[in-house]
Write a protein that binds this ligand. Sequence first.
Ligand code: 4HQ
Length: 256
Amino acid sequence: MRIDVITLFPDFVRSCAAVGVVGRAQERELLSVTAWNPRDFATDSYRTVDGRTCGGGPGMVMLIAPTREAIVAARKAGSGSKSRTIYLSPQGSRLTQAKVAELAREDHLILLCGRYEGVDERLIAAEVDEEISIGDYVLSGGELGAAVLIDAIGRLQDGALNDAASAEQDSFSDGLLDCPHYARPMVDELGAVPDVLQSGNHAMIRRWRLKQSLGRTWLRRPDLLARRELGSQARTLLEEFRREWLAARAGDKPEA
Ligand code: 4HQ
């Protein structure tokens, strides 16, 4: 997969994509991230990329011409494959793991990062297929959003993770939060690892993990549970978790 990023801070985007799982995916040639700077496409001697906002008031807007030239160059560089152009902004639809999985199957993405008040709306209308927000807060530019997308998409490329099963077991891949994880020593001054994880009984371990995922989702993100239909085993496990949790809580309470 090819990802081209249109940004006034190409070094930042390159360095984000150079480390960890995504950096390794690039070394394995499963993914290639290229940054394009609109400043390199500006034609005046000041290499201007922004202009005052029409209608007055504070703030600057990224100019159509140099930004568009950068997009056109990125599209050409990915010649052959059809590209999908995404603008990162709080006005976009909220990013989910389902959207990440969908985008991970594309051959060529172009990520447009705005600075200042954003890019000229006419450029969005003409060149952008879709607007995506990484969350309901305001960043000073789209680069962190692009880095989030590159990371979440990059790790889903076939062969990027050393253990393919680990992608499937992650939080959200089945709409639930992840279960707790532990490493040796089995007993530490901070406490002991749950007995079942020391049992070697893999069916029981799988059952415990699903129960923890369901329980934590119920406690921390009930909105996620409300949106899905649970099977009969999941309902039983969640009921068991609730009963134990309520009993433990009652035990903690001082006597009336
Ligand atoms: N910005 N999700 C404003 C974001 C953002 C977000 C990027 C700030 C675009 C113009 N991007 N610029 N939230 O806050 O993606």
